[in-house]
Design a protein around this ligand. Structure first.
Ligand SMILES: Cc1cc2nc3c(=O)[nH]c(=O)nc-3n(C[C@H](O)[C@H](O)[C@H](O)COP(=O)(O)OP(=O)(O)OC[C@H]3O[C@@H](n4cnc5c(N)ncnc54)[C@H](O)[C@@H]3O)c2cc1C
Length: 348
């Protein structure tokens, strides 16, 4: 017997499920979030960085102009709603490694395509503690980090308050398809959207070409006082009395336990950025839900239109999920198409 009717059931409340639920609630949809509570999620292990200019070649990330236009204001709105603090805008300082890199940036600072994201070029060392920046560096803006653990637990409390949260492992066998709707136990929903991160147990989306990546992060205490996120080989994010250092990338050994080779790599890279001593306070590892082409999987099941997926945010969950939650809900309301490169239909 069906006792509860909702527009959407959302399975999983990491950063993806959180943004999708919030976006649907803003549009007055009735939702229910079903989440398996565990510390081993991608979001709870993440460093939380957002940065529009990345990679060895330091180019603008995919869709940077659209994604970063509203990013900080979206998180701020959510902070207001939840009465919580989790957004920390901070400039990224990236020391130059070679003269030619410095020369490249001297040209790039004049490039109108980069103007929105560059604060200034420092042609000499900033002389901050033991930071290795003999050639100076570039200061980026529209950057910072989000404390995902605080965001996720605050949003969970908000949902519980509204009676829109169930703490359980979704049982795929309990799904039934009745005409245009779907029922799950005593719940009837127009659609069930899976936001399950790297778990990959879902039989309805079992053959998607995910390419999961393990990563390590460590929190270190050291003598360094400033407001920059440093980024060269690794990043160092200043937090309350310590720095978060990350991350590694490994497609093998997909474990939520830090691996010694990962920590060794982190330490090696850190030594090139920071020559001082430090004490490791904590190490953690997680798995990123990355995909074969580094683009998310968003959309409806090709045969069962009552099932959908919002996953595959890889290394960029913080910056991509607010933008794509809005894009996906626009699509669900029949207003627009899903961004072609992110549409799950590309793999069917
Ligand atoms: C070490 C590391 C560092 C990272 N650093 C950054 C960074 O600095 N910046 C950045 O943007 N990204 C970073 N990422 C990537 C980021 O963490 C991910 O893109 C993002 O967290 C993915 O979120 P998600 O909601 O898809 O998955 P998850 O956070 O894993 O959430 C999925 C949720 O679904 C639940 N679930 C799964 N299956 C079921 C089921 N059957 N029933 C009920 N619930 C279910 C899980 O328990 C979980 O709560 C990092 C990742 C790692 C591992």
């Amino acid at each position: 017997m069906v006792r509860r009717k909702v527009d959407f059931v959302i399975v999983g409340q990491g950063i993806a499920g959180t943004w999708l639920a919030y976006e649907l609630m803003k549009r007055e949809k009735k939702i229910l979030v079903i989440n398996n509570e565990t510390e081993n999620t991608s979001s709870k292990k993440a460093a939380g960085l957002y940065n529009p200019i990345t990679g060895k070649k330091m180019t603008k990330t995919w869709l940077a102009d659209q994604v970063f236009a509203e990013l900080e204001s979206s998180y701020k709105q959510l902070e207001i709603l939840l009465r919580a603090k989790f957004l920390y805008p901070k400039p990224i300082y990236r020391p130059f490694t070679t003269i030619s890199e410095k020369n490249d940036w001297t040209t790039k600072v004049e490039d109108p395509r980069y103007l929105d994201f560059i604060e200034e070029l420092k042609s000499e060392t900033l002389g901050i503690g033991s930071i290795q920046d003999n050639l100076g560096g570039i200061v980026l803006k529209k950057t910072g980090y989000v404390d995902l653990s605080v965001l996720i637990s605050s949003f969970r409390d908000y949902l519980i308050d509204k009676g829109q949260y169930l703490s359980e492992m979704f049982d795929y066998k309990a799904l039934e398809f009745v005409s245009e709707k779907t029922s799950y136990k005593d719940i009837e929903a127009d659609k069930v959207i899976f936001c399950e991160g790297p778990s990959l147990a879902n039989p309805f989306f079992s053959n998607l070409p995910f390419k999961l990546v393990r990563g390590e992060v460590m929190d270190v205490e050291c003598d360094l006082s400033h407001n920059y996120i440093f980024n060269r080989g690794v990043f160092m994010i200043p937090k309350n009395g310590y720095h978060t250092v990350g991350s590694t990338y490994d497609h093998n050994n997909l474990s939520f336990e830090p691996q010694s080779e990962g920590i060794t790599k982190l330490k090696e890279r850190l030594s090139k950025l920071f020559a001082g001593s430090y004490r490791i306070k904590q190490m953690r590892a997680g798995i990123r839900p990355a995909t074969f082409d580094r683009k998310p999987f968003i959309g409806l099941h090709p045969k069962r239109e009552t099932l959908g997926i919002f996953n595959g945010f890889g290394t960029k969950g913080v910056s991509l999920t607010p933008f794509f939650a809005s894009n996906f809900v626009d699509f669900l309301e029949g207003k627009t198409m899903i961004e072609t490169e992110a549409d799950v239909q590309r793999v069917y």
